[in-house]
Design a protein around this ligand. Structure first.
Ligand code: PLP
Length: 405
């Protein structure tokens, strides 16, 4: 297939999505007026598909830090840290991440995607093995592919299947990097991290945890799933993003067990791309401080998650997992999911539409992500909108649909 034929094929794929009658590639948010409210197509909506778990995008501390940093240091760094130099604030953020995660070393990247691609492709190489969870994020797959290592998948969240793969590797298990996520972003299910750690320890393998969705949302101090499961010392590398709980953009890799600083001169995605802007670093530092100071944000987030999860369960939706900050409703078909998505939008609630090929196991999903900043009224509004979908699209009786609200 020629280059341009590929473009035409991609367009045909998009046309198929367009036949669902909605803009499935993503809505345009005209105004994001707060962490939980915006305007789409001239309509005010509750934002429930943003991963803004702690609602910090509008925290006054984060906004003023970003504005102040722009005033004092300008809008951009205009180059990589290796070429142009490190700003004091980049190094300060790395120190603060180390202190927060109780890590030995940490490296900041321009995005979480880049953190995964760069770290994974550099840690593992030809002759090594990567064994990753089948439902891993695209950036994990890309990093694995780029590494030149042999790559095997194990069944999603299945430590026994991981064990089977490590056993088959024999001596090579000790040259293996196992990769899992914490909270999985599509279905909202959580990795059985304790068992995964036990398995990889038995075989002498290394473990990289992508904690993109659990950082700030899980663990007594918000240090993520490894803290919640009390296995922080067993995890070799943690990667994550600033684009969710920290409310900005960027990524990191940190380690309690190893000094990862030498990777700075090896990771091409660190060496040959511009470093984060002063405003991004400043707001991220302010958000990190708030996560440490305000554990009630996590309590509020989980309370909101439990209320929506309970409401949708009572209505009778098939849900992706137990209550978590990501709540997926599994729909019967892409068309039903698209119609439901549009109906929610018309009712003033924005969630994410996920249909094949972008969804795990070819499911059609409405993905709702909760925030600590959602008010009780907004939570009611979200559940009521889903009840409307159940009543009008799925033939559920109203009495059942609105039970317990
Ligand atoms: C599990 C996971 N890893 C990595 C990323 C990439 O993060 P970023 O948005 O910072 O590139 C995401 C983002 O959606 C993610 O869900």
């Amino acid at each position: 297939m020629s280059l341009l034929e590929k473009l035409e094929a991609a367009q045909r794929g998009q046309d198929v999505l367009a036949t669902l009658g909605v803009n499935a590639i993503g809505a345009t948010i005209d105004v994001a007026g707060s962490a939980t409210e915006g305007e789409i197509d001239g309509r005010r909506v509750v934002l429930a598909g943003t991963n803004n778990y702690l609602g910090l995008t509008f925290a006054p501390e984060c906004m003023s830090a970003a504005i102040e940093a722009t005033r004092s240091h300008g809008t951009g760094t205009t180059g990589s840290r290796l070429a142009n130099g490190t700003y004091t604030a980049h190094a300060a953020l790395e120190d603060e991440l180390c202190a927060f995660l109780q890590a030995r070393s940490a490296i900041v990247f321009t995005t979480g995607y880049v953190a995964n691609v760069g770290t994974i492709s550099t840690l593992a190489g030809p002759g090594d093995v990567i064994v990753l969870d089948a439902d891993s994020h695209a950036s994990i797959y890309e990093g694995a592919k780029l590494s030149g290592a042999e790559v095997y998948r194990f069944r999603h969240n299945d430590p026994a299947d991981l064990e089977k793969r490590l056993r088959r590797l024999g001596d090579r298990a000790s040259r293996t990097l196992v990769i899992v996520e914490g909270l999985y972003s599509m279905l909202g299910d959580v990795s059985p991290l304790r068992e995964i750690c036990e398995v990889k320890d038995r075989y002498g393998a290394y473990l990289l945890l992508d904690d993109a969705h659990s950082f700030g949302t899980m663990g007594t101090n918000g240090r993520g799933l490894a803290e919640a499961e009390n296995v922080e010392d067993a995890v070799d590398f943690i990667t994550g993003t600033f684009s969710k709980s920290l409310g900005s953009v960027g990524g990191y890799c940190a380690s309690r067990r190893h000094d990862i600083n030498p990777l700075r001169s090896q990771i091409r995605a660190y060496m040959f791309t511009a470093s984060s802007t002063p405003s991004v670093i400043a707001s991220t530092r302010a958000a990190l401080k708030l996560i440490g100071q305000r554990p009630e944000l996590r309590t509020r987030l989980w309370r909101n998650a439990a209320r929506v999860h309970g409401g949708l369960k009572r209505i009778g939706f098939e849900l992706g997992a137990d209550a978590s900050p990501v709540i997926a409703t599994i729909m019967d078909s892409p068309q039903q999911a698209a119609d439901a998505w549009q109906m929610l939008l018309d009712a003033g609630v924005y969630v994410n539409l996920v249909v094949p090929p972008g969804a795990p196991k070819n499911m059609s999903i409405l993905r709702c992500s909760l925030s600590a900043a959602h008010t009780p009224e907004q939570i009611d509004h979200i559940v009521e909108a889903y009840a409307l979908v159940a009543e009008n699209l799925m033939g559920r009786p109203k009495a059942v649909a609105s039970a317990g609200l």
